[in-house]
Design a binder for this molecule. Structure first.
Ligand SMILES: NC(=O)c1ccc[n+]([C@@H]2O[C@H](COP(=O)([O-])OP(=O)(O)OC[C@H]3O[C@@H](n4cnc5c(N)ncnc54)[C@H](O)[C@@H]3O)[C@@H](O)[C@H]2O)c1
Length: 250
């Protein structure tokens, strides 16, 4: 195996690992030697997606908006494997597409709890376990974290916030060799965006708006995640990396 993608001996924690990016990333890291600590609010889905890992994985039902659950997932890594090398704060939820004048406080509050506060709480408990040997954290933001996202104002607001948390932690822990990056995927067909595709004209807008004239596959996003997390990628930290078929280059 190319040493750039060799995760042997690494322990990787992933939130939102029952489906989409999280589930495929777990598979990719496991194939490359990592042990897994996986959390999701959908425990039945997580157990189904993770059936093949056997003793190489610990699975927990967690709600990432709850501090005790974020802490419990980290504790599970310590109890089962005695270390934590990688943490991917990936769990997230979307919301109904509504223009700004139609938005509600409840939608915003849920976005804040699940998509932003979770990242702060996650890193709070993950980082102390990485201070001795270093580590890599990847926070899943979005292209909606870099620019405006029509009818997704609350989602865009909190995904911008994820980048703020990422850059701040990267600076704080760089000298301890804890790398902290964010990934900003353009649209990719997972459960979270399924509702968007049902909206009139949205799929056409996404494809036409992308210089590659297509959206990315889930595997392409996960490949980029593994490259960012690679132990060989040891000088990249504090970045918000767009994986977007050149959308952000326009
Ligand atoms: N798919 C895209 O187009 C896209 C683009 C940019 C960013 N993202 C981001 O990627 C991340 C992963 O999403 P996905 O596309 O794989 O969608 P997905 O819906 O397939 O996966 C999200 C996972 O998070 C879990 N989850 C939701 N709320 C949770 C909670 N409170 N606690 C624990 N787990 C919870 C879900 O059960 C699910 O397994 C999200 O943060 C999302 O915002 C997705």
């Amino acid at each position: 195996m190319d040493s750039l993608l060799d995760f042997s001996g690494k322990v990787a924690l992933i939130t939102g690992a029952a489906s989409g990016f999280g589930a495929l990333l777990a598979k990719g890291l496991h194939e490359r030697g990592a042990k897994l600590v996986l959390g999701d609010i959908n425990i039945a889905g997580l157990e189904e997606a993770s059936a093949a890992y056997g003793d190489d994985a610990v699975l927990l039902r967690i709600d990432v908006s709850k501090e005790e659950d974020c802490q419990a997932l980290v504790q599970a890594a310590a109890d089962k494997f005695g270390r934590l090398d990688i943490a991917v704060n990936n769990a997230g939820v979307g919301h109904e597409m509504l223009a700004t004048h139609e938005q509600t406080g409840d939608i915003f509050d849920r976005q804040y709890e699940v998509n932003l506060k979770s990242v702060m709480l996650g890193m709070k408990h993950q980082i102390p376990n990485m201070l001795k040997d270093g580590g890599a954290i990847l926070n899943v933001s979005s292209m909606a974290g870099i620019g405006g996202a029509p009818k997704l104002g609350p989602y865009a607001a909190v995904k911008h916030g994820v980048i703020g948390l990422t850059k701040t932690a990267a600076v704080e822990y760089a000298a301890k060799n804890v790398r902290v990056n964010a990934i900003c995927p353009f649209f990719s067909p997972t459960n979270i965006g399924a509702g968007m595709l049902k909206e009139d004209g949205v799929e056409d807008m996404l494809v036409r708006g992308c210089p590659m004239r297509r959206y990315g596959t889930v595997q392409e996003m996960v490949n980029a995640m593994m490259l960012i997390l690679s132990p060989g990628n040891s000088y990249m930290t504090g970045q918000a990396i767009a994986v977007d078929g050149a959308v952000s280059a326009i």
